[in-house]
Write a protein that binds this ligand. Structure first.
Ligand code: ADP
Ligand code: MG
Length: 243
């Protein structure tokens, strides 16, 4: 019997993104189904963070044309709060500090106090619980807390911006395991999660079950392939596609 078509968890349709009138990302098309983790690779300044921030609805990244659908719902005109409520979450590349707001208090605001210790323990950041969020955290602590934060926030579609960069080699495995755990655990409302993760080093691929890889150069996705094959090719021949 034919299977009913799956509604994508996230679909980007002909998206263009500008910052202060300058177009950074051009004609982006991407479909991520429930259960899938896609990897985004590309040189510095190619527009990877711009894409993730624009999906999340963060200013000054502006979507000038195209549509974003989350579970089939058009969220293109939603502000950041409504996008978060609809099930989007972002682990930042360079998260800002929240002075005066402890990790415990943020977990309480997220309604996730009962899950805080487990999530923090999984990422090895238990000892940060009574510190102010991202204030004075080391590079590795920032990244590990950002992943724990997503576990507390419980989004259906998780966006990770270089979650392993600045994390020491031993802890990269901890981050990958936590991402896999998040991906294999349905949301509180029973939805399968999906993810789009930027990796600069490729280390994430050693531990994360990625289903597809996309190469972004100069604000365009120029190639989509098996993520490990794609990374190997980039290691050998650089970011320029062979074909
Ligand atoms: P990547 O994440 O691939 O390294 P970014 O998305 O951070 O690249 O940056 C893409 C381009 O957008 C770069 O030229 C960068 O300088 C520019 N850019 C990013 N954020 C801003 C901003 N807030 N204001 C102005 N330009 C920005
Ligand atoms: Mg970036």
């Amino acid at each position: 019997m034919p299977q009913p078509p799956t509604t994508p968890a996230l679909s980007l349709n002909n998206i263009n993104i500008s910052i202060a009138g300058k177009e950074i990302c051009h004609d982006i098309n991407l479909t991520i189904n429930p259960g899938e983790c896609h990897i985004l690779i590309g040189p510095n300044g190619s527009g990877k963070s711009t894409l993730l921030c624009a999906i999340m609805g963060i200013k000054p990244f502006t979507i000038t044309s195209g549509t974003i659908l989350l579970n089939g719902v058009d969220i293109t005109t939603y502000g950041i709060t409504d996008r978060a409520r609809a099930g989007l979450g972002l682990a930042f590349q360079r998260p800002i500090g929240l002075e005066g707001v402890s990790v415990r208090r943020l977990a309480h605001a997220l309604g996730a106090t009962h899950r805080l210790e487990t999530a923090a323990h999984r990422l090895g950041v238990d000892y940060l619980i009574d510190r102010d969020v991202n204030t004075g955290f080391s590079g590795g602590e920032l990244k590990r807390w950002e992943v724990a934060k997503l576990e507390l926030q419980d989004p259906q579609v998780c966006l990770f911006d270089e979650p392993e960069s600045g994390v020491d080699l031993q802890q990269v495995g901890v981050v990958s395991t936590a991402i896999n755990h998040l991906m294999s655990t349905p949301t509180a409302s029973g939805k399968h999660r999906a993810a789009l993760a930027i990796t600069h080093t490729g280390f994430l691929l050693d531990g994360v079950d990625a289903t597809a890889g996309h190469l972004m150069v100069d604000g365009r996705i120029i190639e989509t392939a098996n993520p490990r094959d794609l990374f190997e090719r980039i290691r050998r021949t650089g970011y320029v596609p062979t074909a």
